[in-house]
Design a protein. Structure first.
Length: 86
C-alpha cells in the first residue's frame, strides 16, 4: 500500500484537527459517487479517523485522524471489493 503523508502546512489547508495526520491512499475500482461514498464510509468507520474524502478522478482517498489503524482502513476498503494499491 502506498501512503502519502502531507506536510504540516498542507494539513492546515485541509482544516485537519491539530495533531492529526493526513494519509492519502491509492484505490482502484472506484467509478462513481456511490463508490466514493462507500469508501469514505469504510474509512470513517475506523476508530481515530476524523474525516475521509475521496478524489474520485485521482482514485485517492484522503483520511485524517490521530492514531489511526491504517491496516484496518485498508481492510475495510478491500472488503468492499476495491483494490488498495501497494
Amino acid at each position: 500500500m502506498r501512503l502519502f503523508r502531507k506536510k504540516p502546512e498542507e494539513k492546515e489547508k485541509d482544516n485537519a484537527s491539530p495533531g492529526s495526520e493526513v494519509i492519502i491512499m491509492e484505490v482502484e475500482g472506484m467509478t462513481c459517487n456511490h463508490c466514493r461514498h462507500s469508501v469514505e464510509n469504510a474509512a470513517s468507520s475506523v476508530e481515530g479517523v476524523d474525516s475521509a474524502s475521496v478524489d474520485l478522478g485521482e482514485k485517492k482517498p484522503a483520511v485524517s485522524g490521530k492514531d489511526t489503524d491504517i491496516e484496518k482502513i485498508r481492510s475495510n476498503i478491500s472488503s468492499l471489493g476495491y483494490e488498495v494499491k501497494n
